[in-house]
Design a protein around this ligand. Structure first.
Ligand code: FES
Length: 58
């Protein structure tokens, strides 16, 4: 089971990594592709985790 990265929008690590592998190499691109960071906290809880995933998977 994949961890939830964006708690507000219930978006899993698997979904984020898939978007990165398809070319989303910035937080904005991941946002466009998945909707992550568009929730109630506006990325307060997930943005740093997404940045780390981009670094690890690009
Ligand atoms: S956890 Fe991602 S927008 Fe709040």
């Amino acid at each position: 089971m994949s961890d939830i990265i964006c708690l507000c929008k219930n978006i899993s690590e698997e979904t984020i990594v898939e978007a990165i592998k398809k070319g989303a190499d910035t937080v904005d691109a991941v946002k466009e592709a998945t909707g992550a960071t568009t929730g109630f906290c506006h990325g307060g809880r997930c943005k740093a985790k997404i940045e780390a995933l981009i670094e690890a998977n690009k």
